[in-house]
Design a protein around this ligand. Structure first.
Ligand code: SAH
Ligand code: SF4
Ligand code: F3S
Length: 455
């Protein structure tokens, strides 16, 4: 196997794979979903067309995640299933990219020698050249240690009215449970003018909603010096808010330790910014938060929520919580339940702690918890949060809310679904076109969605 380290040049070329099919499967977070739009854009610029069936596609690409161990297992499971297809059709190509590829590198070929191309998080713009190489010379792994700049590739968007916009890549934090900094590298911000130009181009193309992406958007611009002062996330929000045609702006994720009043004020003063915030708690115990290196206490976290809610009335809050971090006691877990009760999140993503190679927490083996203890806590937490989510949604019954329509339901052609500004999913009977706005009167609430009818 060869490892090439070529300069990252964007090659201009005529399409060479016209009519050949690709099947692209994405694991992981919004960053990966957006990266996959870039991969699809590059493949289609080379003439390829999407295919839903991996068994008949000329190329299968997995864009991988390694945030928790089951993400690893899923990839190797899927690769195992593809081996039979590759045995039958040796001319098909298999490519594995993304975070798990960045982490596992040569291990991918060791465990799945039938893979043709392995690429990481810093070189997805080279996917087509790497496929060319593999067809000519055989399997290749190319992993770069870091990015020089945020790669901008023409994205192929699945949804016409809504788009992801990368404002920064990487993470400079060192949360002890988290593998992201080691697979995504350090923070690199895009220049605000470049972000605004991209948003303007999207608006010209019919996009009405953008979600700004970064692992820690509150530290956006720390690495940029513009005319003697730093670029700030609050300023970026205002500039994106000035783009004509953009009606909804969201962003993910802020880090609670870095969330400050200037951002809350910019949100409040920028009409397009939605009343929605994802604020990852991780734990409600100060002892565990310190062991996680999160840089805030439960009290300070709650104070940030207050700050945000004060400036943005009607703000919906979501969060991430990890259960079973090494050394978590019943008392620590009770603190998490207490914060959840007080914070009244609209929704929460709850995760069971998963040791990740190379992270500090993975070394705390002596303090790992028994799976049944974790399972019990996990269930108690999700039950508690489900009840809170239902209660917050029930308060909306009887209200008429603006919904941005995603389209007709896959299971019921008489039903549409869409999202409120607070990012709640709403189902309602209508045949309204995707991308249009509808006013929906809510008559029923469930923990994770609302049901209503056109007002
Ligand atoms: N940059 C984002 C987090 C990205 S990872 C942030 O700081 O908010 C998304 C979520 O996965 C994290 O918030 C965390 O709750 C969860 N997560 C990360 N590493 C994990 C691990 N080792 N085990 C379980 N959950 C984890
Ligand atoms: Fe991971 Fe922490 Fe960075 Fe988020 S802020 S990506 S949890 S290290
Ligand atoms: Fe995202 Fe998974 Fe990578 S959560 S940053 S795709 S490890």
């Amino acid at each position: 196997m060869t490892r090439l380290l070529m300069p990252q040049v964007r090659e201009r070329r005529t399409p060479t794979r016209v009519g050949r099919t690709y099947h692209l499967r994405t694991f992981g977070c919004q960053m990966n979903v957006h990266d996959s739009e870039g991969i699809a854009g590059l493949l289609e610029a080379d003439g390829m067309v999407p295919a839903s069936d991996p068994d008949t596609a000329d190329l299968v690409v997995f864009n991988t995640c390694c945030i928790r161990e089951n993400a690893d297992d899923k990839l190797y499971g899927s690769l195992g299933m593809l081996k039979r297809t590759k045995d039958k059709r040796p001319e098909m190509l298999i490519a594995v990219g993304g975070c798990l590829a960045q982490k596992d590198r040569d291990l991918i070929h060791e465990r799945a020698p039938w893979v043709d191309v392995v690429f990481g998080t810093h070189n997805l713009q080279r996917v087509v050249s790497l496929l060319d190489y593999a067809e000519e010379w055989g399997p290749i792994t190319e992993i770069l240690e870091e990015s020089e700049a945020v790669a901008v590739v023409p994205a192929k968007r699945e949804v016409a009215h809504s788009a992801w916009v990368t404002i920064m890549v990487g993470c400079d934090n060192s949360c002890t449970f988290c593998i992201v900094p080691s697979v995504r590298g350090g923070e690199i911000s895009r220049r605000p003018g470049d972000v605004v130009r991209e948003v303007q181009a999207l608006a010209n193309d019919g996009v009405v909603e953008v979600t700004l992406l970064g692992q820690n958007v509150n530290s956006y611009g720390r690495d940029l010096e513009l005319g003697g002062h730093k670029a700030l996330f609050a300023d970026l929000l205002r500039r994106v808010g000035d783009v004509n045609g953009i009606h909804r702006i969201r962003y993910t994720s802020p880090h609670p330790k870095d969330f400050r009043e200037d951002v809350a004020v910019a949100m409040a003063e920028t009409p397009a910014v939605c009343e929605q915030l994802h604020m990852p708690l991780q734990s409600g115990s100060d002892r565990i938060l310190a062991a996680m290196h999160r840089g805030y206490t439960a009290e300070r976290f709650l104070a940030k929520l207050d700050l945000a809610r004060r400036h943005m009335p009607g703000l919906a809050l979501s969060t991430d919580i990890i259960v079973g971090f090494p050394g978590e006691t019943d008392a620590d877990f009770q603190f998490t339940l207490d914060v959840v009760a007080e914070a009244k999140f609209d929704s929460a993503f709850t995760f069971i702690y998963s040791p990740r190679p190379g992270t500090a927490a993975a070394e705390m083996v002596d303090e790992f918890l028994a799976p049944e203890v974790i399972q019990d806590r996990y269930q108690r937490l999700t039950e508690r949060q489900t009840a809170i989510g239902l209660a917050t949604n029930q308060m909306l019954v009887g209200e008429t809310i603006e919904v941005l329509v995603d389209g007709v339901s896959k299971t019921d052609a008489a039903m549409c679904s869409g999202r409120t500004r607070t990012n709640k999913l709403v189902h309602f009977p209508a045949a309204t076109a995707a991308g249009s706005f509808a006013n929906v009167r809510i008559h029923r609430a469930a923990p994770h969605f609302l049901v209503g009818e056109l007002a």
